[in-house]
Write a protein that binds this ligand. Structure first.
Ligand code: SF4
Length: 214
């Protein structure tokens, strides 16, 4: 059964995560909402580090929706090959760029619903762009966030829609975006998928997984 946390427990948990991960921000490099959108599409099944290596070169050549919209897939694929799933990603980036030019006047839309009309943009990607590029309140649920949410006890499922609902309910809205980064960093650097480092985790008192194990 999922756990219910009090407001002060949530505040304490976030404070402890903040102390463990003071640099918890988006690790993708970008200078515009459009660059962030491209980077997030490229990051599916790929590390942020690899994406940054690719976009470091890519954005020096192309970095506007107009430029990507005029590309043929065969021109983009070799530039993003090392991110994996490069055919799908190239198709989605070009298609999203054309939509941005045709439907949104060349500007990345700043709300989740419109973002989700773009090719290759699901709820997770839309939430990241909305929160990181536009300062919106949103928790993007990736593999780390869903694993953490289930282990800590916010929910009993890894279904992204339900995980987002459970986290939105438990965490104050103005903390959603930062909580998302804290959970991602905790998942990347402490609460690893195979072997969580519970010995160095400061939120174990709240963690269902830890308390069941011990
Ligand atoms: S106590 Fe262990 S399982 Fe729980 S959040 Fe911390 S690292 Fe993850």
């Amino acid at each position: 059964m999922s756990k219910k946390f009090t407001e002060s427990q949530i505040a304490d948990m976030l404070e402890k995560l903040e102390a463990m991960h003071p640099d918890a921000v988006c690790e993708l490099n970008y200078t515009t909402p459009f660059e962030l959108l491209v980077a997030v599409i490229l990051s599916a099944q790929c590390t942020d580090r690899r994406v940054n290596q690719v976009t470091d070169k890519l954005f020096k050549i192309y970095n506007t929706p107009e430029q990507f919209a005029s590309l043929d897939e065969s021109e983009l694929e070799p530039l993003i090959f090392s991110c994996g799933f490069y055919r799908n990603k190239a198709r989605n980036i070009i298609s999203a760029s054309r939509d941005i030019c045709l439907k949104y006047g060349g500007q990345v839309p700043s709300d989740v619903k419109s973002l989700m009309t773009l090719a290759g943009v699901g709820k997770k990607t839309a939430n990241v762009v909305y929160a990181v590029a536009f300062g919106g309140d949103a928790i993007a649920v990736d593999t780390h966030v869903s694993r953490l949410a289930q282990r800590i006890g916010f929910c009993d499922t890894r279904d992204p829609v339900k995980v987002e609902e459970a986290l939105n309910k438990a965490i104050p809205k103005d903390k959603w975006s930062h909580a998302h980064h804290l959970l991602i960093h905790h998942g990347r650097y402490t609460c690893h998928s195979r072997m969580p480092d519970c010995g160095s985790c400061t939120i174990c008192q709240y963690c269902r997984y830890y308390n069941q194990k011990t």
